[in-house]
Design a protein. Structure first.
Length: 256
């Protein structure tokens, strides 16, 4: 089957630093791919390349639209790119403030995505927003409250609701539980895992936490100094790592 997203020979440099070097992979519908590695390994740069936030120096990223056509992201018009980001794609940032309008109500944050699809019925938008708040375990009576009044965990759940309300096919996640308390992380991870399964989402997840990768992904890529050094099924790679660097990553978790 034609992949949903295909990356071919992606490279990106910052001066003398090779942030990504000749990386190729693909992801199909409903697949969850984790990109792991230490800080500076290039995983966030790769995420920005495949989500169109950065232009590669070399290589190409193609995405299969709902009509079946594979499109080169570099050739999309600005209007096409914005439409893709608002409807077919979601992007969950580590800092929820990057993915939310902090001075707009929770209902307004969710409703914006619906309006991007052309919905102008206020009552229907408000009802859908309230339903999504409850799906991400936020009381519906917080609908008119601004995210600036929310806790960190609630902001992250609101960001997830904002992204998923349009039923995207592909969601990018950059350290979605980073910076949260352990108990809040566990609750959020359970929520993300259930929504991925329920909605059949394709996910590209960047994380330094191998436990998060194991819980949320079925495939994994390990990065070091801008290169992918090992990839495969998540359980296989983490239970029987072949590359010495991956073995060090896994052993450091076991020793912690």
């Amino acid at each position: 089957m034609t992949p949903l997203l295909l990356a071919d020979s992606l490279s990106k440099r910052y001066g003398a630093i090779q942030a990504c070097c000749n990386i190729s992979f693909e992801i199909g519908e409903g697949e969850a791919l984790a990109i792991v590695g230490e800080s500076g390994s290039g995983k966030t740069t790769l995420l920005h390349l495949i989500s169109g936030l950065l232009q590669p120096d070399d290589g190409i990223v193609r995405y299969r639209r709902r009509d079946g056509a594979m499109r080169d992201l570099a050739l999309l018009s600005e209007a096409e790119r914005r439409a893709l980001m608002r409807t077919d794609w979601g992007f969950v940032h580590q800092d929820a403030a990057q993915g939310l309008r902090m001075n707009v109500s929770a209902g307004g944050n969710i409703g914006e995505r619906l309006m991007a699809l052309g919905d102008r019925h206020y009552g229907r938008i408000r009802q859908t927003a309230a339903e999504w708040l409850e799906r991400v375990e936020i009381a519906a009576d917080r609908l008119d409250h601004k995210p600036s009044t929310y806790s960190g965990g609630m902001r992250q759940r609101l960001q997830i609701a904002r992204n998923l309300v349009t039923s995207p096919r592909l969601v990018f996640m950059d350290e979605p539980t980073g910076g949260l308390d352990v108990s809040v992380q566990a609750r959020l991870l359970d929520l993300i895992r259930s929504l991925i399964a329920e909605m059949g989402l394709a996910v590209v997840l960047v994380t330094h936490d191998l436990a998060v990768a194991r819980l949320l992904s079925n495939r994994i890529m390990v990065m070091k100094e801008g290169a992918v050094i090992e990839s495969g099924l998540t359980d296989r790679v983490l239970d029987d790592p072949q590359a010495p660097y991956t073995q060090l990553l896994v052993s450091s978790v076991l020793a912690a």
